[in-house]
Design a protein around this ligand. Structure first.
Ligand SMILES: [Zn+2]
Length: 266
């Protein structure tokens, strides 16, 4: 974590507190957030650490919209994920789904042991989603803690910022991720190496769309460059608009989760 850079996140970084401070915290009213990233190839122009950077920067952005006394806290980012669809490309360091599952369950159990009642998994890598969903209900049943999954890819993207077609096809290191990185971490982007590469999936069938999850693809199936999308149209300004819009939406989601009471449903 770039703790010096993300000043809003820094104030809510749980491990900066002492054991006594965590003990004294009102857990009934608290939301704990675990950012989940990945370390995987992101084409010729983005760093392998992109997904971990994006979850932290988006959380930091969301905290700009929260009152300073809001009882919301963040754990250290999990910098590895299940990235076996990229494992044949250098720069990728993947966990197996079993390892990710065990890691997440252990962290969730610790959150419960600490007394927290609500834990949001803020995920930056689509390949982690199935495993997150798998553990969430098991942990809920085992510990009683409420687990919520918030995926960066499910936040709203204005069509006048990134086109609908690009959002359907540009799932990896395309316009969306590159624009965010150009705004947040421009020195980490190789702007002379931006590429466009999109598979012809949309012409096949709706059933095969990436978002359906029906196709167990690997990067070699869909891209030579490692990019799936159009990074050549990414701009720093688009990134600023995305952070503004999605940061606000994410803060609203965190507040909804924090105020959620499972006993109020029936
Ligand atoms: Zn990514």
């Amino acid at each position: 974590m770039n703790i010096e850079k993300y000043t809003y996140l820094q104030e809510r970084f749980l491990p900066r507190l002492t054991s006594a401070e965590v003990k004294a915290m009102d857990k009934d009213d608290a939301l704990l957030i675990l950012p989940v990233g990945a370390t995987e190839q992101h084409g010729p122009h983005l760093p392998a650490y992109t997904d971990a950077i994006l979850v932290e920067s988006m959380i930091n952005e969301s905290f700009k919209h929260l009152d300073s006394d809001e009882n919301i806290w963040v754990l250290p980012t999990l910098p590895y994920g299940k990235s076996n669809e990229h494992m044949d490309r250098p720069g990728t360091f993947t966990l197996s789904s079993d390892t990710l599952k065990s890691l997440l369950i252990d962290i969730c159990r610790s959150a419960h042991k600490n007394g927290f009642k609500r834990l949001a998994l803020f995920n930056g890598h689509g390949g982690n989603l199935d495993t997150l969903k798998l553990i969430a209900r098991d942990v809920r049943i085992e510990t009683g803690i409420m687990i919520f999954i918030v995926h960066i890819g499910a936040l709203d993207v204005p069509e006048d910022v990134v086109t609908k077609e690009e959002m359907l096809l540009g799932i990896h290191a395309g316009d969306y991720e590159t624009s965010l990185m150009l705004h947040d971490s421009p020195k980490w982007v190789k702007e002379d190496l931006l590429v466009k590469e999109t598979p012809n999936l949309l012409e096949k069938s709706d059933f095969l769309r990436f978002q359906s999850g029906n196709l167990a693809w690997t990067i070699d199936d869909v891209s030579e460059s490692g990019v799936v999308g159009d990074a050549t149209i990414a701009t720093r300004e688009k990134g600023a608009q995305l952070y503004k819009k999605q940061g606000k939406q994410l803060s609203d989601i965190f507040l909804d989760i924090k105020n959620f009471d499972s006993d109020s449903l029936i």
